[in-house]
Write a protein that binds this ligand. Structure first.
Ligand SMILES: NC(=O)c1ccc[n+]([C@@H]2O[C@H](COP(=O)([O-])OP(=O)(O)OC[C@H]3O[C@@H](n4cnc5c(N)ncnc54)[C@H](O)[C@@H]3O)[C@@H](O)[C@H]2O)c1
Length: 254
């Protein structure tokens, strides 16, 4: 039996990186998929790669109105919603002294408000049926520990971690058949990690420096996170809610 057979999944940031890898795994395991992303040029190609009748919707996760429309369009196409993966995000570096208020607000709007809206409108749709449902929010190891240059990013990912627990507790208390968990990756080979490495003055040196921070000695693959998300989205994790799942090659064990 496929692991997410019969479920409908909405995955933000689905045109790239972890969102795209997760969408492919879920499609292979029987889910019908809606990917959304602000990158409208990449979306249709990504949907084709995922296959089946995957739907791509252009979506800026900071827009409440668009979130409402995206959920309605998902229900219109597939009849229901069981899984929301909030993967859309940005990651820029900066200390408290060199992060402007505008930069900080932008980070919070995409990483935190986007996830908040995904939970809010996801629950609204999931409540309409009694089937088991799951929200997976992509935080980061930066939501557990920080770094001097991770002011806004860490603040946003820490917020996603505790937002997820509050959502989990609310759904459990309300008796909804909806779970919510956060995933905390580190150093996975996606454009978010590869682009800054490629742009470094000495990319090889930058990669070696990064690898020194990973006990397992390599950069992770998108599927390393995708399989965790798939587990959380499936009924294999039916007793897991409000949990923070770390997938980081050992980084935070140090
Ligand atoms: N790659 C890693 O090592 C790593 C580590 C920790 C956490 N994360 C988190 O994983 C998530 C996915 O990142 P990724 O590594 O796949 O990077 P990525 O850049 O490949 O994917 C992020 C996607 O989010 C989309 N996006 C950005 N702003 C958006 C907006 N306003 N509305 C809708 N979509 C928007 C981008 O267009 C992109 O397709 C992010 O939340 C990131 O913070 C990644």
């Amino acid at each position: 039996m496929a692991r997410v057979a019969g479920k409908v999944a909405l995955i933000t940031g689905g045109a790239s990186g972890l969102g795209l890898a997760t969408a492919k795994l879920m499609a292979a395991e029987g889910a019908r998929i809606v990917i959304t992303d602000i990158q409208k040029n990449k979306g249709p190609g990504a949907a084709k790669e995922i296959g089946g009748d995957t739907l791509f919707l252009e979506h800026d996760v900071t827009s409440e109105e668009r979130w409402q429309q995206v959920v309605v369009e998902t229900e219109k196409k597939f009849g229901k919603l069981n899984i929301v993966v909030n993967s859309a995000g940005i990651g820029t570096e900066g200390t408290i002294e060199d992060t402007s208020l505008a930069d900080f607000r932008k980070m919070m709007a995409i990483n935190v408000e986007g996830t908040f809206l995904g939970c809010k409108y996801g629950i609204e749709a999931m409540k309409k049926h009694s089937e088991p449902s799951s929200i997976v929010n992509i935080s980061s190891v930066a939501g557990l520990v920080s770094g001097f240059q991770m002011c806004a990013y860490s603040a946003s990912k820490g917020a996603v971690r505790l937002l997820s627990k509050s959502v989990a507790l609310h759904c459990a208390r309300a008796g909804y058949n909806i779970r919510c968990n956060s995933v905390h990756p580190a150093f996975i080979s996606t454009p978010m990690v590869e682009a800054p490495l490629a742009a470094a003055s000495d990319p090889e040196k930058a990669r070696k420096r990064l690898l020194r921070m990973v006990p397992i000695g390599k950069i992770g693959e998108p599927n390393d996170i995708g399989y965790m998300i798939l587990y959380l989205a499936s009924e294999e994790s039916k007793f897991v809610t409000g949990a923070e799942m770390v997938v980081d090659g050992g980084c935070t064990a140090m």
